[in-house]
Design a protein around this ligand. Sequence first.
Ligand code: CUA
Length: 172
Amino acid sequence: MNIHAYEKAWLGVSLVLIVLFIATIVYGTVGAGVAMVDDSGDPVNPDNLNEHREFSDPGVEQVGEDEYRVHVIAAAFYFNPGSPQFEPIQVPANSTVTFHVTSRDVIHGFSLPGTNVNTMVIPGEVAEITVEFDEPGEYGLICNEYCGINHHNMEGMIQVVPEDEYQPEGEQ
Ligand code: CUA
């Protein structure tokens, strides 16, 4: 069988493309840390968050030298803390922050544009997502799952403050 030289070249190019596509998918899932929402976290009772060890008093908690844990309750139509009627979420720069988010009512989103934080928040489940904040700045927090009439107003704020200006919660 005689394969034309151009045909051979294109066969080679398409093989390389296939390998590249597979490589980008592998990078996307492993390298960039993209993960699906799963039920690996502890389930919670959405009707009884006031009794929950962590969600009864949601907020920022230091768990290591530069590591913080933030519990957030999403509900129609606010994030507690984070939304204007609650405390803003404040963490220092150069920190690693893990958000634990659950919903009191329906499915919400928890998205911080400009970071890798973008997760679904499901009642009964705890979404867990880690982000590194290197620079001081403000990040808008938005719900990106349609959750009702005021979905478009469901928003909040994360303030990343310079390390020497950071005041742990309760000492402000
Ligand atoms: Cu909550 Cu949309």
